[in-house]
Design a protein around this ligand. Structure first.
Ligand SMILES: NC(=O)c1ccc[n+]([C@@H]2O[C@H](COP(=O)([O-])OP(=O)(O)OC[C@H]3O[C@@H](n4cnc5c(N)ncnc54)[C@H](O)[C@@H]3O)[C@@H](O)[C@H]2O)c1
Length: 270
């Protein structure tokens, strides 16, 4: 077995800017991650079903001096057979990839007794199965190229805390946490870091994943930290996990949740 090295020691990184592929880049968290990685000097390939939403980034001015450029690719993550070819297309944009951020996700609501098989399947397909297929294709390319890299999965506090109407979602994110560990275990010898960020409730303006007002009020009420979580909170954690200060981290899930995982702040004194 070869000795794992931090990717900061990898040849690609020494030779110029790195390249990241970010799924769900038209969404609240994915777009913030893409902007943050670009500001870090990383070139970013924005991937989503809704490519029309990506134009402001691809056609806009650079976000900062020395910011990495943007490219956009359309992907339907439910089309699993097409995902290896999609990774090849992304690879060819700038002649390689270093980072994969799996940020696309669905969190629809369906009470357990009324949940249909197709509702279950769609959430599993996008939140879990696509991450497996995409990450495997990405890792195969890195191993063939002999370069290290990073996979960052956007999980959720729902991976450890069940909630009503979200059996499919919570199960998909619990699976994603284990997928993160399983990939980390097998890919360390190839210098590929695999970590997750586990957000609490993050305010996004999503028409793909609308949430009810009563739910939002209640989840905000139980959160210890007073201000709302914003997509940049997650982007900062992803930046850290792709940077030199996390060089000895793999298989971790980083909670960024305003303390929500510690307990319910809305409960009265006992
Ligand atoms: N917002 C939160 O409070 C929160 C909390 C915990 C975890 N998360 C996770 O963060 C991630 C991003 O969520 P968000 O809040 O930014 O949601 P969002 O709805 O703003 O973004 C989700 C994106 O995924 C894309 N997508 C969905 N299905 C796709 C498919 N088949 N192919 C390609 N793209 C597809 C959508 O087009 C959308 O742009 C998700 O994995 C979600 O589970 C969000």
């Amino acid at each position: 077995m070869s000795t794992p090295q931090s990717t900061t020691e990898s040849t690609r990184e020494q030779n110029g800017p790195r390249t990241a592929l970010v799924t769900g880049a038209a969404g609240g968290i994915g777009a913030a991650v893409a902007k943050r990685l670009s500001a870090d000097g990383i070139r970013v390939i924005l991937a989503d079903l809704r490519t029309d939403r990506l134009t402001p980034l691809t056609a806009g001015p650079p976000l900062a001096e020395n910011a990495g450029g943007f490219a956009a690719l359309e992907v339907d993550l439910t089309d699993r057979a097409a995902l290896p070819g999609f990774v090849d297309r992304a690879w060819n944009v700038w002649g390689g990839l270093d980072i994969l951020v799996n940020a696309a996700g669905l969190y629809p609501s369906a009470p357990l007794l009324e949940m249909r098989d197709d509702q279950w399947d769609q959430v599993m397909d996008v939140n879990l199965s696509a991450v497996f297929s995409l990450s495997r294709a990405f890792a195969r390319r890195l191993v063939d190229a002999g370069t290290g890299g990073h996979i960052v999965n956007i999980s959720s506090g729902a991976s450890t805390r069940a909630r009503r109407g979200a059996a499919h979602y919570c199960t998909s994110k619990a699976g994603l946490d284990m997928l993160t560990k399983a990939f980390a275990l097998e890919l360390a010898e190839h210098s590929i870091h695999v970590n997750a960020v586990s957000p609490g409730f993050i305010e996004v303006d999503s028409d793909v994943n609308p949430l009810g007002e009563a739910y939002v009020r209640s989840i905000r009420g139980g959160q210890p930290w007073p201000r709302a979580g914003v997509p940049d909170d997650i982007a900062g954690a992803v930046s850290f996990l792709c940077g030199p200060d996390s060089g000895w981290m793999t298989g971790a899930s980083l909670s960024v949740d305003g303390g929500a995982g510690t307990g319910n702040a809305a409960l009265p004194l006992s």
